[in-house]
Design a protein around this ligand. Structure first.
Ligand SMILES: [Zn+2]
Length: 542
């Protein structure tokens, strides 16, 4: 129980107890402590425990973003169709997609229709409150720019309706969409003949030269109403009516437009037969420009969405609320509480080993542990661990630890004797140097393969003498460029505290100095002596 006593005292005591039983060169080099704190959400009382570690296992955050590809259709801009790649937080709503599109395209949100258009016509129309998770990467999402709807005149005059349509060639039971989608607004009183003319005029750029000046069949194509219900037999605008846009099916389609899914509009599928299409349409291509963002997004998606080592540590030290099954008895409140747990590094070793948790715990849902192939971007040099310390360096002289806990050497003159750089001595080193928590990478263990049982291990190691990195792959050893070290295969990272060579060089008689402070810790290993005394001690301690 740590209540009432400063963390420094509890941490030092825990360490002392541990070192009494686990004292070795390995512990002196690789070991430090992490703090696990439980906080009562009711009274904020905190209970801390300290545990030693030789290796920090950090979780690999999973891609928190959704890649969405959107084809933007402009009303009056060239090129008319541009495909964009957008990345949104995975729990975002379509509202955020719309906002981002508005800022990327300059199309006002109020004039934007987000809908799916595939080879057969329209599918879903997206409303602001929908999660972006409902949109898959492969869904053909379109952002249609709609014209600003003219207001109906006060005297009950012309009302207008927004139209958007796609063209479909129907040959027997086979359909194929051609050209781009179109949008337009028309007066609701427009006759069928005029509507057909207006539609052709809008599509002028893809028609044969003389179409607009010659008379056309009525109907030249059939206009199917898309009502969003998708049930029953299809309804078409009736060419025999004076005002087909006042049909009940049109009224219903307008009424079914959701409030937060863009302006009310009527979607039509123009169904052409082969002869009508051939005689009218000169260019049936669906030209689209691809913005650079599409390629960028595809590349980053293939990497599974890279994360940084910083993000791994942030996730490792993030507070989490433990569930009811892990309820904790708060002695202050004298009741069981769902408690907030937070991990933090309390001290840092000279050699920091970081294990990336790429293998999920086997659960009942997953038969085999799936490997996370996310690329973790880790720094090679100058990795500052200060932000991840629960125990931020305090000004010297402020130590609350009683004498006898801190500063006294461990009770042995054997294994550590003469080395003088056990973690015990760290709190005494004052003043703290700015780079005390800065690390440089010197080795990487890579795992290749899909599971822990199989696969292949390779290592990248930096030779401290020639400062070159080498790849160790079974019997092969090849130089490797600094720029090729960060890969998705990286599994365990080995960092060395910066300045280790200089700060301990006087104490470590066996070390050789030089190599820019990146001297290898192995050089510090004490000479192995087989004296009966130390053997006894080892046996006793083991
Ligand atoms: Zn409490």
């Amino acid at each position: 129980n740590s209540f009432g006593r400063p963390d420094e005292v509890v941490a030092a005591e825990t360490l002392a107890n541990h070192v009494r039983c686990n004292n070795s060169f390995v512990h002196a080099v690789f070991q430090a402590q992490f703090r696990s704190s439980l906080t009562c959400p009711r009274c904020q009382r905190q209970s801390n425990t300290f545990d030693p570690f030789l290796c920090v296992s950090v979780p690999v955050p999973q891609n928190q973003r959704r890649a969405i590809y959107v084809t933007v259709l402009y009303t009056s801009q060239q090129p008319r169709q541009v495909k964009l790649g957008l990345s949104l937080p995975i729990h975002a709503e379509v509202r955020e997609l719309r906002e981002q599109l508005a800022s990327d395209t300059g199309i006002a949100e109020a004039h934007m229709l987000l809908t799916e258009v595939d080879d057969l016509g329209f599918h879903r129309t997206f409303a602001d409150s929908q999660p972006v998770l409902s949109i898959k990467e492969t869904d053909p999402v379109y952002c249609l720019e709609l014209p600003q709807l003219k207001e109906a005149t006060d005297d009950g005059g012309a009302a207008y309706v927004l139209l958007c349509w796609v063209n479909l060639l129907v040959v027997e039971d086979h359909c194929a969409r051609f050209s781009s989608p179109y949008t337009m607004q028309v007066g609701r009183e427009t006759s069928y003949e005029d509507l057909q003319k207006l539609i052709l005029k809008e599509m002028n750029a893809v028609l044969h030269d003389d179409i607009l000046v010659s008379s056309q069949d009525i109907p030249l194509f059939h206009m199917r109403i898309v009502d969003g219900l998708g049930d029953g037999s299809p309804t078409y605008l009736d060419p025999t009516l004076d005002h087909p846009l006042y049909m009940e099916a049109v009224e219903q389609a307008l009424a079914l437009c959701e409030e937060d899914a863009g302006p009310p509009h009527l979607k039509l599928v123009l169904e052409w037969d082969l002869q009508g299409k051939e005689s009218t349409i000169a260019d049936d291509s669906d030209q689209m420009e691809e913005h650079a963002s599409v390629k960028q997004l595809k590349m980053s998606s293939e990497q599974g969405g890279a994360v940084t080592l910083e993000e791994c540590f942030e996730l490792y030290t993030r507070a989490e609320v433990l569930g009811a099954e892990d309820a904790w008895h708060c002695p202050n409140c004298n009741r069981k509480q769902e408690v907030v747990k937070k991990l933090g590094l309390w001290s840092l070793p000279d050699i920091l080993v970081i294990h990336l948790k790429r293998f999920r715990q086997p659960s009942s849902k997953l038969r085999a542990p799936a490997k996370l192939t996310t690329l973790v971007d880790f720094p090679l040099y100058g990795f500052d661990m200060s932000p991840h310390l629960a125990n931020r360096p305090s000004p010297p002289g402020n130590s609350v630890a009683p004498p006898g806990i801190l500063g006294s050497p461990p009770g042995n003159g054997g294994v550590l004797g003469g080395l003088g750089w056990s973690p015990w001595k760290r709190p005494r080193r004052t003043p703290l140097r700015y780079d005390d928590n800065v690390y440089d990478l010197y080795a990487i263990c890579n795992h290749h393969g899909q599971d822990l049982q199989g696969g292949h291990y390779t290592a990248y190691c930096r030779n401290p003498y020639d400062t070159q990195w080498y790849c160790f792959d079974d019997t092969r050893v090849d130089p490797v460029a600094d720029t090729s070290l960060v890969t998705a295969a990286a599994y365990i990272l080995f960092y060395q505290r910066r300045g280790l060579g200089t700060s301990y060089s006087s104490a470590a008689s066996t070390s050789s100095s030089g190599s820019g402070g990146l001297e290898h810790w192995v050089c510090r290993m004490p000479a192995f002596t087989r004296s009966s005394k130390s053997q006894e001690e080892l046996n006793h301690n083991g």
